[in-house]
Ligand binder design. Structure first.
Ligand code: GLU
Length: 411
């Protein structure tokens, strides 16, 4: 597998070309501002300690403090974190929130750790990066396998060094200054985005069957919200397999089944299928809410959906993206469709700075405004300049970052 960063940089380069960016600025936006690599020593429950590698990549902060989640996964590499830090930069710009982009990660399979070991790992990571972050500098958040509880431990660890300041990290438990609606925000944001598109196409919700790859936080919330709106959720999958029901799956019951058994597979009343069948099912919308590079050259020509919604980060490779465009499949890109999480992180940060706690409706209304505006801008730009949604989203996102850089004097 090639470098994910090089692949995603291609999307950026195309936008830089379209925008006619000066060469020096183009170069400045093609690489990260800073990369921090850390060694984490974590005492085990049985004596001794284990060593893990962690990173925080701060990509660009022309529009505001660096911002982005932290993932715990056995496949994490600096190339991957760099990729996501770049995506966060274009995502926060497209969502029009006053942040730059960053990402962090630890190479670990969190499933092999006890709760106490996970806490020690989370605290060790925060101690290692604490000097490089801060409420006006770089604000981490949850991502794959990281939870509000982990954000709580990290907030506490930061406060031991610098005093309590809830705005240093988002996605926290409510009692520590977290925001109502943050947990569901990535899924809700994707739903708002899809709603705009479905309305623009004149489709009816009831006749828009949806299949969802990935049933973690984002995928399961999206399923619950779309089902409430009236969309049939015909299939969902996780790393162990997929479940299908032509009449629609009850999203909350599937989640309860996954919590009980560890997987969506064997959900009563549904057909269990191999994982990869999710990509080729008969449906109108295929949601990619798992990990990167799910749709590649090997399966892009099997996609039957008319729309792919990228709720995960970088789920479609550039080769697959071209194949899908040629086949007339509309891809709603990650920097748009996954922007709801960081949008509500922004609202959490604002509440923390003001020492306020907003009602959930207020949070969701602001999310709807932010996501609605970004989606409309992408659709309008795509139409007026005959671009794909990804091309339009990048032109807007990269354009805003470039504009901020120029206003700072980098011309
Ligand atoms: N990890 C999420 C993302 O990739 C949220 C980041 C944040 O809230 O800062 O967009």
């Amino acid at each position: 597998m090639g470098s994910a960063f090089d692949a995603v940089r291609g999307f950026y380069e195309e936008a830089a070309e379209r925008l006619g960016l000066e060469l020096s600025l183009r170069e400045a936006l093609a690489t990260p501002a800073r990369e921090i690599a850390v060694q984490l020593r974590v005492p085990t429950d049985h004596g001794g300690f284990r060593v893990f590698r962690g990173w925080r990549v701060q990509y660009n902060n022309a529009r505001g403090p660096f911002k982005g989640g932290i993932r715990f996964h056995q496949e994490v590499s600096v190339d991957e974190i760099r990729t996501f830090a770049a995506l966060m930069t274009w995502k926060t710009a497209l969502m029009n929130i006053p942040f730059g982009g960053a990402k962090g990660g630890v190479r670990v399979d969190p499933k092999i750790l006890s709760e106490a070991e996970l806490e020690r790992l989370s605290r060790a990571y925060m101690r290692a990066i604490a000097d490089a972050i801060g409420p006006q500098v770089d604000i981490p958040a949850p991502d794959v396998n990281t939870t509000p509880q982990i954000m709580g431990w990290m907030a506490d660890e930061y406060s031991r060094k610098f005093g309590p300041n809830p705005a240093v990290i988002t996605g926290k438990p409510l009692v520590l200054g977290g925001s109502l609606g943050r947990d569901a925000a990535t899924g809700r944001g994707s739903a708002i985005c899809l709603e705009r598109l479905v309305k623009a196409r004149g489709w009816s919700r009831e006749e828009t069957p949806v299949a969802i790859e990935g049933y973690g936080n984002a995928g399961s919330w999206l399923a619950i919200i779309l089902e409430e709106l009236g969309y049939p959720i015909v299939a969902v999958s996780d790393s162990r397999g997929a479940v299908f029901s032509a009449d629609g799956l009850p999203a909350r019951d599937v989640l309860a089944h996954k919590r009980e058994t560890g997987s969506v597979i064997d959900f009563p009343g549904a057909d269990t299928l191999p994982c990869e069948h999710i990509f080729s099912l008969d449906c109108a919308v295929l949601v990619l809410a798992a990990l990167e590079e799910s749709v590649d050259e090997g399966n892009a020509d099997r996609v039957k959906a008319q729309v792919i919604l990228e709720t995960a980060n970088y789920p479609v490779t550039p080769e697959a993206d071209r194949t899908l465009a040629e086949r007339g499949v509309t891809v709603v890109p990650d920097i748009l469709a996954s922007g709801g999480g960081v949008a509500v992180s922004y609202l959490e940060w604002v509440q923390d700075l003001q020492r306020e706690q907003w009602a959930e409706d207020r949070v969701n209304d602001r999310l709807t405004e932010l996501m609605g505006a970004a989606t409309d801008q992408v659709m309008t730009r795509a139409e007026s300049e005959a671009l794909t949604f990804r091309e339009a989203a990048y032109v807007i996102g990269v354009g805003r970052v470039a504009e901020a850089e120029v206003a700072r004097g980098f011309r």
